[in-house]
Write a protein that binds this ligand. Structure first.
Ligand SMILES: NC(=O)c1ccc[n+]([C@@H]2O[C@H](COP(=O)([O-])OP(=O)(O)OC[C@H]3O[C@@H](n4cnc5c(N)ncnc54)[C@H](OP(=O)(O)O)[C@@H]3O)[C@@H](O)[C@H]2O)c1
Length: 277
């Protein structure tokens, strides 16, 4: 069986090292990827990024003319930059290059049209807990992506969390609506719980601390209990006729949280479709 290290590419060009790009870089270095195989193109590098590149030996902003196509070209710029950046990137894409894009809303066909040097393209939708190595990324591949290129994708994205391969690119908008945008729903849950605590008579700062720690701790408990479904974890803390059951009767009623969440996810999915192109 091949190890993660066997699946690291021989060379990587990372275009855009903002929040996501930097999180991936940290993950790769932590997993032992040879930093000297990485080249970063980033017009406004954060001082922390400059320091990391210097310490680890990552090439930061070498002249484009000095670069040849890497085994993997990773796009982590803002999606609206793609059109203006693509012409300069074209010489960095050869027939053996895998393009790995995390650009929200940019379809495989858009990427193929902008960067025609290869047909091997992977489109990924990560989420913000990638910043702490606890993200989850939905991934779709063009038909010419090889097993080796899938392995490289698993190794590179696996450095910042879980990776889920999608049967079809059409599922990306739904992934965006569930896990891409999902962290914001959970943060909002913490806000709403804090507000409810205030309404129940708690001082605002105490209510905020209670709500925050409850969301943090519950997420961690779920993380540490992979054998238990969320439903089982919920049942385990719900005594019949008790206080939790009283609240859940409201949340789980017709017109409660479940249909509201379905509508919210559908709205995000619709919007993801509108923004694609
Ligand atoms: N953050 C998330 O949770 C998340 C989730 C899913 C998908 N994504 C996708 O990930 C991508 C990056 O998001 P992010 O949150 O990391 O954004 P970000 O922090 O703004 O990072 C984008 C970086 O690309 C740089 N850049 C701009 N023009 C460039 C060029 N010509 N060449 C190279 N680099 C260039 C930007 O520099 P400037 O600051 O100078 O413009 C910035 O540092 C986006 O396409 C987004 O859709 C992000």
């Amino acid at each position: 069986m091949s190890s993660t290290a066997d699946n690291f590419p021989a060379s990587i060009t990372l275009v855009g090292a903002g929040k996501m790009g930097s999180a991936m870089l940290s993950g790769w270095i932590a997993m032992g990827l040879n930093a000297q195989t990485i080249t970063i193109l980033e017009p406004a590098p954060h001082p922390d990024l400059e320091a990391t590149c210097k310490t680890e030996g990552v090439a930061l902003n070498p002249p484009l003319s000095a670069l040849t196509p890497a085994e993997v070209l990773i796009l982590a710029i803002k999606p609206q930059m793609l059109e203006s950046v693509a012409p300069a990137l074209s010489p960095l894409v050869g027939p053996g290059t895998l393009i790995l894009s995390i650009l929200a809303g940019k379809r495989i066909a858009d990427l193929a049209a902008r960067l025609p040097g290869t047909s091997a393209i992977v489109r990924a939708m990560p989420n913000t807990p990638a910043a702490i190595g606890r993200g989850i990324t939905g991934v779709a591949a063009s038909s010419s992506v090889t097993e080796r290129q899938r392995g490289m994708t698993d190794a590179l994205l696996g450095a910042v969390g879980a990776v889920e391969w999608l049967a079809s690119e059409t599922l990306i908008d739904a992934v965006t609506a569930v896990s891409g945008s999902g962290p914001a729903y959970i943060f909002y849950l913490a806000e709403a719980l804090a507000k409810a605590g205030e309404a129940a008579g708690l001082p605002a700062d105490l209510a905020a601390r209670l709500a925050r720690a409850t969301v943090e701790g519950s997420g961690e408990l779920m993380h540490l209990s992979p054998e238990l479904t969320p439903a089982k974890l919920r049942e385990n803390v719900t005594s019949p006729g008790g206080t939790t059951a009283a609240a859940l009767a409201v949340l789980m009623a017709d017109g409660g949280l479940s249909p509201l969440m379905r509508d919210a996810v559908a709205a995000a999915q619709r919007r993801a479709g509108e923004l694609s192109g």
